[in-house]
Design a protein around this ligand. Structure first.
Ligand code: COA
Length: 154
């Protein structure tokens, strides 16, 4: 994959079927099609995707989302297709989402991440997120705690 070939763009309704596949692959079904539709329509939600052109067909290989809540950006999704991980796309997408949040005048970014998700923790720490607390047994499926991460934007 060459980085010149990727595109960053907003998620729109035409991508819905494909985004459900990526959601299944990365999270095992976090949000439904209706859920994504609601997010696209919500003025408080920013959804961005990374696409790549393969054999003249556009394929979605990453998805990120944050909610603007008062002066905070709540990062709800950050996912890179397993075949395209470890090539810098997570950094590109997170950087883009934080820039979008700054453009909206948001002052802080926050998110929850499993205490066991070392890859994501490394990525967020690289961007200056720090641990502000813990939600005990946040993930029902595993019983894992969630770490609450924060970062000052401006
Ligand atoms: C977390 C995720 C988005 C990272 O995407 P990615 O494209 O693989 O990340 P990048 O290639 O941009 O790497 C970013 C940083 O993450 C860390 N990282 C990436 N792969 C890693 C691995 N296998 N082990 C440890 N750290 C890793 C590194 O710090 C890396 O920075 P570096 O390359 O400068 O060392 C991706 O692994 C993913 O989609 N995971 C499943 C969904 C998920 O857990 N999302 C986060 C929920 S909060």
């Amino acid at each position: 994959m060459t980085l010149e070939k990727i595109k960053l763009k907003p998620l729109t309704e035409e991508h819905l079927t494909e985004i459900i596949e990526l959601d299944q692959l990365c999270f095992g079904g976090l949000w439904s099609l209706e859920g994504y539709k609601r997010e696209i329509e919500s003025p408080n939600s920013t959804l961005s995707i990374i696409t790549i052109n393969i054999n003249n067909k556009e394929k979605i290989i990453a998805l990120g989302c944050f909610w603007a809540i008062v002066e905070e950006a709540h990062l709800t999704i950050l996912a890179v297709h397993p075949d395209f991980q470890k090539q810098g796309l997570g950094k590109i997408l997170l950087n883009h989402l934080l820039e979008e949040a700054i453009k909206k005048g948001l002052e802080r970014a926050t998110l929850e991440v499993s205490e066991h998700n070392q890859t994501a923790l490394n990525l967020y720490q690289k961007f200056g997120f720090t641990v502000a607390g813990k939600r005990k047994k946040y993930y029902q499926a595993t019983g894992a705690d969630a770490l609450i991460l924060w970062k000052k934007l401006i």
